[in-house]
Write a protein that binds this ligand. Structure first.
Ligand code: ADP
Ligand code: ZN
Length: 628
């Protein structure tokens, strides 16, 4: 069985190896066992059911929450030579009849449909007359209220087990806490399901966090390093999206906005342009994301802090699905914490991005109790410490999802790369700050405390006679901004608490342990005027190993024109990983072209000739060696 799966992997997808857990997940379906499969974005979940569907007799049914997701996968399968179709409300009656006809004639290996159609009386009766190989539930967390994207229509899938008692069900998701995993199995009434949970680590993602200052410039620095490549910029509010889009457009960047306040058409147009690579960067609120399978997103920038690490992992995870290096930047400020806090504690939800067709967090709305509020605030606090903690970002994320990270240095986050410098005498600096808070009677906010510590002659300080305090001017060698940042960092690490409307500072129990010298906090050195050059992370160097960049660019342009001729997204024709492998191996014959990672038989037939021609011409022109 494994041999047949491997053969299909090579023949249709051009891959030679399974990714972690893929083989196990495929075997479950082949043996008719139920399974819950949790793999990170880019982990290769689709193949877990697509490859078994190809090798099994009969047709597999795939349930997916969004039409755009179904379309993407069906297009990609068709390009690989796998007979697949979808039936959804966007089809014309003719297209629908054609698809149904192919189902009846048993020509299909995979059929994609919505959950409501699958359980509908008429359609499920029709399917019962066919030979179904198995049922795959994509984005399975949508069934759980505890997940981040609950969809009521997914709940109906609970009746599947009864309707198709003999058909194995596989459930697939990228984010699922233990609770959500259990809920998925229960809601779907799976029978003794195999639970396969992969590592949440995304080794090809590079994590960087900076305090926000002059954010447009900070964003441009990232964009400039990824000229002509795709990326996403997330903003907290619509007006931030619009302002950022205006400013970047004025500077000549090819960007477009996306948020729930736009018309459906305008939004769809911008999304299509992004997928078709007519623009490079989409600037969006959280409304943007699901349904985007674009594999070559090279950077995801957050210009504000998300409200939880689940959200951050989900959004930043849209980078680098193709397994090639990608950067995840987060520019935060203490103010972001305040914005989310007021949104979470204000039942009117002032300024939150609302839903686009069920994209809201109904799970949380449904639990709109003080308990949900507490959970929200706790998640927010964890997110904020991610920003301020100065601990390995990768380890922090993995720990949050209950997984250990064993390496000391991940080599791919700002902390491990040494982008940020730690203050040497953090204990003493922190003690100065904490004792100042105590001297001020724990009645003032961060800004004021920083003024006192830096010895400001501000009138309020003089009026309050705080220039007479023993802690006045203790940190006068630093500017107010730096000291304020340190206060934020201490709050983020739980040594200081901010309360009330004015964010009054007080020293926590943990803070007292710093005063007693039992704990040492981590504080970041102020960002120097002359920034250090970005250190290249190791992953980046490796995946470009032996690749001729000029040839890669030439092949990318060719891919763009092929894609627009055929009206499919570029990454469906070839992923960036395949193009890099072509620019590395530089095959001169179709036979050798087949060895490229990501080139199966159908793609070789379709595009082999034109790609090989390009490669040969380019190599001749540039005196490059072929067939390496
Ligand atoms: P997910 O749905 O888990 O986010 P996908 O199924 O979209 O991930 O796969 C991500 C990328 O990895 C795709 O480009 C896919 O073709 C590729 N991929 C999947 N399995 C393998 C494999 N065994 N070897 C190489 N590439 C793979
Ligand atoms: Zn690290």
């Amino acid at each position: 069985m494994v041999e047949r799966l491997k053969k299909a992997l090579g023949q249709y997808w051009g891959y030679t190896e399974f990714r972690p857990l893929q083989q196990e997940a495929m075997q479950c379906l082949c043996q008719g066992r139920d399974a819950v499969v949790v793999l990170p974005t880019g982990g290769g979940k689709s193949l877990c059911f697509q490859a078994p569907a190809v090798t099994a007799s009969g047709m597999a049914v795939v349930v997916s929450p969004l039409i755009s997701l179904m379309k993407d996968q069906v297009d990609a399968l068709t390009e690989c030579g796998v007979p697949a179709a979808r039936i959804d409300s966007s089809l014309t009656p003719d297209e629908r009849d054609t698809a149904l006809d192919r189902v009846r004639k048993r020509q299909l290996k995979l059929l994609y449909i919505s959950p409501e159609r699958l359980v509908s009386d008429g359609f499920s009766k029709f399917l019962q007359t066919l030979d179904l190989s198995f049922i795959a539930i994509d984005e399975a967390h949508c069934i759980s209220m505890w997940g981040h994207d609950f969809r009521p229509e997914y709940r109906q899938l609970g009746s599947l087990r009864q309707i198709f008692p003999k058909v194995a069900i596989g459930a697939y998701t990228a984010t699922a806490t233990e609770q959500v995993r259990r809920d998925i199995a229960e809601q779907l009434r799976l029978q003794d399901p195999t639970m396969l949970v992969g590592s949440f680590d995304r080794p090809n993602l590079i994590y960087k966090v900076r305090p926000r200052s002059g954010v447009v410039k900070q964003v441009c620095e990232v964009l400039d390093r990824y000229k002509d490549e795709s990326g996403i910029i997330y903003c907290i509010r619509r007006k931030d999206v619009e302002q950022m889009a205006e400013k970047l457009t004025a500077k000549g960047y090819r960007v477009a906005p996306y948020h729930a306040g736009m018309t459906d058409e305008a939004r769809k147009q911008n999304q299509d342009d992004f997928v078709a690579e007519k623009i490079d960067t989409i600037i969006a609120t959280v409304a943007f994301g699901m349904g985007i399978d674009k594999s070559n997103v090279r950077y995801v920038i957050h210009t504000g802090m998300p409200k939880s690490l689940e959200h951050y992992q989900q959004e930043s995870g849209r980078a680098g699905r193709d397994g090639l290096e990608a950067e995840c930047w987060l520019f935060y400020s203490g103010g972001d914490y305040g914005i989310w806090k007021s949104i979470l504690t204000d039942s009117r939800g002032a300024g939150v991005e609302p839903a686009i067709q069920g994209q809201q967090e109904q799970g949380q709305d449904a639990l709109a109790t003080s308990e949900a509020q507490d959970i929200g605030l706790a998640k927010l606090a964890r997110m904020y410490s991610y920003c301020t903690d100065a601990a390995c970002r990768r380890r922090t994320i993995l720990q949050y999802f209950g997984q250990a990270y064993k390496q000391d240095n991940c080599g791919t986050c700002d902390i491990c790369l040494g982008d940020v410098d730690l203050v040497d005498d953090a204990l003493i600096t922190a003690q100065k700050i904490l004792s100042c808070i105590l001297r001020l009677g724990q009645r003032f906010g961060g800004g004021y405390t920083a003024l006192v510590l830096t010895g400001s002659r501000d009138q309020r300080i003089l009026d309050n006679r705080h220039d007479a305090l023993s802690t006045y001017g203790l940190l006068k060698d630093y500017d107010q901004r730096t000291v304020h940042d340190w206060i934020e960092q201490l709050a983020g690490q739980g040594f200081i608490e901010k309360t009330g409307e004015y964010n009054v500072l007080s020293v926590t129990e943990k803070g007292w342990r710093v005063i007693r010298e039992e704990l040492t906090p981590r504080l970041l050195k102020p960002v120097e005027k002359a920034q250090k050059p970005e250190r290249k992370a190791k992953v980046a160097a490796e995946s470009w190993e032996g690749v001729d960049k000029g040839l890669f660019e030439a092949l990318r342009r060719l891919r763009t024109s092929l894609a627009s001729e055929r009206h499919v997204p570029a990454y469906i024709i070839f992923g960036d990983a395949a193009l890099r492998d072509m620019a590395r191996r530089r095959p001169s014959t179709l036979q050798r072209f087949l060895n490229v990672r990501g080139v199966g038989e159908t793609k070789c037939e379709q595009y082999g000739r034109i790609m090989v021609e390009k490669i040969r011409a380019y190599c001749l022109d540039h005196a490059l060696e072929l067939d390496r």
